[in-house]
Design a protein around this ligand. Sequence first.
Ligand SMILES: Cc1cc2nc3c(=O)[nH]c(=O)nc-3n(C[C@H](O)[C@H](O)[C@H](O)COP(=O)(O)O)c2cc1C
Length: 305
Amino acid sequence: MASSLVVKLGNLIFKNPVLTASGTFGYGLEYKKYMDLNKLGGFIVKGLSVKEKLGNKPPRIVETPCGMLNAIGLQNIGVDRFIEEKLPKLENLNTHVIANIYGSEVSEFVEIAEKLDKEPKISAIEVNVSCPNVSAGGALFGKDPDMVFVLTASIKKVFSRPVIVKLTPNVEDIAFIAQAAEKGGADAVSLINTITGMVIDTKTKKPLLANKTGGLSGPAIYPVGVRMVYEVYEKVKIPIIGVGGIYSSDIALQYIMAGATLIQVGTANFIDPAISLEILKGIGEYLESEGIESISKLIGIAHAD
Ligand SMILES: Cc1cc2nc3c(=O)[nH]c(=O)nc-3n(C[C@H](O)[C@H](O)[C@H](O)COP(=O)(O)O)c2cc1C
């Protein structure tokens, strides 16, 4: 009998633990020609804001050894256009569609969550807390446990399905922030978002990105992500979604062994748009070869004495 890949997040059942990460998979539709989207556990759409955003000025992407640095600036079509133009085309899919959301005030997050609550095709929302809070003078939501608590609790009041809080690694103690999300009522946390970095052009002698700094992603960051998932697993009871540098089933399995219930494939989609299905296949093969009947047996196994 084939090993079971089914995992649960709250009352949501995922046919397998492989998701694709926000910002690296468009609105899902762009990837339809490369793969059968229904084979994924689910996918997470590009971060949505209240209004359409054009993002930062170019250059906004630079390749680095084993990764890339981006400062896209959260470009997106806005929640209303997403609901009108994209969501109807996703309705018939037999997989979970998760909306990633962001704002610069708590009220903006709440406004988006309220709108998405009326859309049954959205299985869950993932809250990107890596943005500055304008009313708190530009302090980053994700760095302040009190802000994470308030934000999560406010979104939980208006969104009836699971709320996932996506954490930034650019903090001293990520487990502390994860606990704040859990206290605020988060149904899961995902980690990690990109790590702040900079690349300097030695010809112009200036930072290469117009934004100066950007977010590092790709294989270079996976050991940081695995370490953080491991730390968070010891401090919270809610499920963890592991993301950061996953480009092979071996790395996906490392995240699961560290404590992730689900994983997300991000930058690797840019190298091979169907890589998430390869990763899924590899996870299944590993379970079979090890004689493990269910993926759930592996979650957090690296913590055992
Ligand atoms: C081009 C690009 C755009 C991204 N946009 C978003 C976004 O809109 N919201 C979000 O929460 N994360 C965003 N991310 C972060 C990814 O979802 C992921 O957390 C991060 O890239 C680490 O995973 P990876 O190394 O597999 O890419 C973006 C990443 C990249 C590379």
